[in-house]
Design a protein around this ligand. Sequence first.
Ligand SMILES: Nc1ncnc2c1ncn2[C@@H]1O[C@H](COP(=O)(O)OP(=O)(O)OP(=O)(O)O)[C@@H](O)[C@H]1O
Ligand SMILES: [Mg+2]
Length: 592
Amino acid sequence: MPPDNGKSDKDKRKIGNIKKILVFMHPYKMQLLGLFALTALLSIIAMFPPLVTRTLVDDVFTQGKRNLFFGMGCLMVGIPLVSTVCGFIQSLSIAYLGQRFVFDIRCALYRHYLSLSLRFFSKHSVGKLLYRLMGDSGTVQSMLTGQSVGIISDLVVSTFAIVATFAINWRLAILLVLIVAVFVINYNVTIKAIIRASRSQRSAYDRMSGGVQNRLVANMAVKTFGAEGRENETFKVQSDASLYYGKQLGIAGNTFSMNVNLIQALGRSLIYFLGCSMILNETMTYGDVTAFTSYAMQLLGPAVRFSQLISQLQQVSIATERLFEIFDEKPEVVNDPDPIIKPIKGEVDFKHVQFYYEEGKPVINDFSIHVEPGQTVALIGPTGCGKSTILNLLLRFYDITGGELLIDGVNIKKLELHAFRKQFGIVLQESLLFSVSIRENIRFSRPTATNEEIEAAAKVAEIHDFIMTLDKGYDTLVGDFGVELSVGQKQRINIARAICANPAILIMDEATSSLDSDSEQAIQKAMDRVLVGRTSFVVAHRLSTIKNSDQIILLDKGVIQEQGTHDQLMAIPNGRYHDLYTKHMGKGVIEE
Ligand SMILES: Nc1ncnc2c1ncn2[C@@H]1O[C@H](COP(=O)(O)OP(=O)(O)OP(=O)(O)O)[C@@H](O)[C@H]1O
Ligand SMILES: [Mg+2]
């Protein structure tokens, strides 16, 4: 039947995920075995005190076997000593193994993130990916180390307690099993309400924190539009939901705990009362009753934990599933099995290239250009026409869906990805800076660059003089906890980084749009000198920036409309470039 198949598939996937997560524990299997053995030993040691009490009461005090007194005294001192030392080693091992385990998962996940293609990152929010890296891996860790130890300990304790109680008095032991059953019933009745309230509360928190994050980031807009009052109300409404579910959770959780305490207290009294009546009937000794009651209490602890374990396992299973949803993502752009590594000269051929992000929605159509090494190509056209997409294809952030893309006459898919991309310098409209020093930010494109080379790049980007005015110069930290830079200053550091890469091909996607036209022209002139012999692709809205390009490509809806040098395009009567240029006299932007 289909529903069953669906369910079994889901179960299989869950088991598959647990198996996969166990792979991460493999390197620590000996330590884990040692930890489990220690836990079992500790649990066994913990079972002795009731026996000692029973021997003291029945044999030493009642029957006068004084020779046992000293031995029992030694055990009463020795057991806590040994269990404290073993317990200390156990806790340290749990902490160490847990940290190692979550460290390994996080490293593997981060490595995996870095291997994934751009499309993956446009599909998932940063917050979500961060939560998987930090939150979900933490949940899995707590289960596989802390709780697995708890399970082993509980298993040993409860097995021992059941055997011991049946050995002491089987009738009373059956009563004990019935009390445990009441625990389980209480759990089953109340847990659903707890899970429901806790899930709803978590989604309310998700909505609340999502909203707050969004609003804090966009706080300038909130202030600009004087929307503080409205935002306050929205926050209250969102908080209201979490408050409501919080109350529900409180009621459900406290009902569960109250029942547990009640069953435990009544159960103990009942066992004790019946035990005492058996003493009166002389079917049990007082020592038997004290030992039995202690074991009964030791059994009820694991009974409560076991009943909670199911919901915890559920959470781990959800967290594992969320982790493997990411681990199972395959990089879309992959290396050829036998890739070519070679320096690029900079010849680029797009041959009838087709591309879509989503099937059925073509973004680039029959795009063909030939670029000689060292040429500058300008891409212009209205917003959304596919300029950045062409650059994404050139960097092989996405694979083309039709046609051919050749670099130095070699199919781009044959070139080794990392070695290939390293030969690009790239500056985008939005500057990308890391929270490290200015020097490290520039050096990011080429870790072997010397300080002189970094300064030379900064001079070309016209940011050296500004850096020298900072107290710590090139060692000034940028971003969080560091110096606040203007948009233009950030962009110049990005340009310095691209120059420092000493790239064969330079890509500038509206790199200088955030600069005023004087600075733009100054940088442009300096770059013209540096970029001699390098192929460059430039997207710019100011036509003056791209006037001297070797090729100007005018795109519209992913199709080339006009193509040529400035003079060639200006020569087309009523041509679109001609119109645009005349309209803005070379100073304006493409669209208004
Ligand atoms: N990751 C993506 N997934 C789906 N569609 C996308 C993606 N990126 C861009 N697009 C779509 O592809 C088209 C071309 O986008 P592209 O970013 O190349 O335009 P552009 O010419 O660079 O525009 P602008 O001048 O505004 O930067 C647009 O219609 C855009 O909506
Ligand atoms: Mg763009």
